[in-house]
Design a protein around this ligand. Sequence first.
Ligand code: CMC
Length: 435
Amino acid sequence: MSSKVTGSITVTMEGSNKSTTLPLLGGTLGPQVADIRKLYGELGIFTYDPGYGATASCESTITYIDGDEGVLLYRGYPIEQLAEKSTFLEVAYLLLNGELPTKAQYAEFDTGVTRHTMLHEQLRRFFDGFRRDAHPMAVMCGVVGAMAAFYHDNLNINDPEQRRIAAFRLIAKVPTIAAWAYKYSIGQPFMYPRNDLGYAENFLYMLNAVPAEPWVNNPILSRAMDRILILHADHEQNASTSTVRLAGSTGANPFACIAAGIAALWGPAHGGANEAVLKMLAEIGKPENIPAFIREVKDKNSHTKLMGFGHRVYKNFDPRAKIMKETCHEVLAELGIKNEPLLDMAMEMERIALSDDYFISRKLYPNVDFYSGIILKAMGIPTQMFTVLFAVARTVGWVSQWKELIEDPSQRIGRPRQIYTGPAARDFVPMDRRG
Ligand code: CMC
C-alpha cells in the first residue's frame, strides 16, 4: 500500500513573486503530509525541523501511533489485543510479514527462529575482551556489531531469502547475547539456549539458570516477560529505529545496522529510561521527598527530568504504560509481593505529577518505562539489564523496518541538510601571523 495524493498546498515566498504547489499525501490513517521533495529545486529553500517533530522520513506499513488518542497499532492490530491474546513470536511474524501467521506458517517461523539461537562458538570469545563491570548495553553494541564479521561476505541484502535468514539470526541470537552479557558481568557460566523452551522462557532460562541446579520455569513470569517483549517490539520511527534505517539506507550490513540501533536506544531519553526510573526512585528514597523532587524537575536550571514521563508523540496517554501498570500489579500479586515501596512511590509520584499544572500543561504522562522497571525488578531482573531487554524486544521492530526499507524502491540514502551558521569563507592565516 502506498500513500495517495489527497490535495495540494501552495507555498509563496513573501517579498518575491515565487511560489510552488506541493502535493499533499495521505496514508491509511494519520494527518496529511506535505511532499516537499521539489521545494528546494523550485524555490531554492530547505525545511528546518531539528528533532524531526514534523517530518515523515519514510512510508511504512508496520506501526501506527495516534499520540492524541493513545492508539498504537502493529499492522493494524491494537496493542491491547496483541498483549492480551498473542505471543511475542506471533507478533514478530506479524511485524516482519504484515499478516498474522496460519498454523503452518507459525510452525515454520518458530522453527526458523529456534534453530538459530546458538552463537558461533568463536563469538563467545568476544565477551572475554570486556571488563566484567562493563554495562551490558556496551557489550550488546560490541557483540551484535561483531556478528557482521560472521555474516558479511556471503550476505546479499538484495536476496529476500538471505534477508529472511538474517532476520532469524538476529531475533534468535540477540537474547543469547543479552543473557551472556549478564552472565559475564556476574561471573557465572554461559547457559546455552534450550530449544525446547518458548522464546521468553528460554531468555529467562539463559539469564537465571545455573548448571549446578535444575531450573524451573515460572509460567507467570515467562508470560509477563512475553508481554513486555510485545509492548516494546516496535514503535515506528523513534530515534533507534531511525538510526537503523539511516544506517541501512547506505546498504550497510544488517547486523551492523542493528548494533547502531542498540547504541541509539541506550540513552536515558530513549530506552535507557527504564533503568533511569529506578535510579530516580532510589535517589528520592521515600514518598516525603517527592514534592521536593518535583520542584527540582520544574526548575528550568536543574536539568532534572521526571524519568518515565513524557513522550514525543503521546500527548494524552501511552497505551503501553496502561498495560504495563496492569501487568505490574498482576505480577506483584502473583509473586505475593504485597508491599513494594518502589511501586507505592511510583504511584504517589504519578498522582502528584498528574495533578500538577507543569505536567498537565505540557501534556506529560507516564510512558511505557515508568512501570516496566518495577515489574522487571520484581521479576528479579537486574537493573542494568532493563535497557538490554528493551533491545531484545525492539530487535524485531528494527529488523522489520530494515527489511521494509531495503524492499522500498523509492528509498534513497538518508542525508539531511542543515542551516550553516559558521564563519563565511575566509583565507587561511599562517600560525606566526595569528594574534
Ligand atoms: N520531566 C520534566 N519535564 C519534561 C519531561 C520530563 N520527563 N519531558 C518533557 N518535559 C518538558 C520539557 O522540559 C519541555 O518544557 P518547556 O516547554 O518548558 O521547555 C516540554 O516538557 C516539552 O518537552 P520536549 O523536551 O520538547 O519533549 P520531547 O518530545 O523533545 O522529548 C522525551 C520527549 C521522551 C525525550 C522527554 O519527555 C523526556 O526526556 N522524558 C524522560 C525520559 C523518558 O522517560 N524517556 C522514555 C520515552 S518512552 C520509551 C521510548 O520510546 O524510548
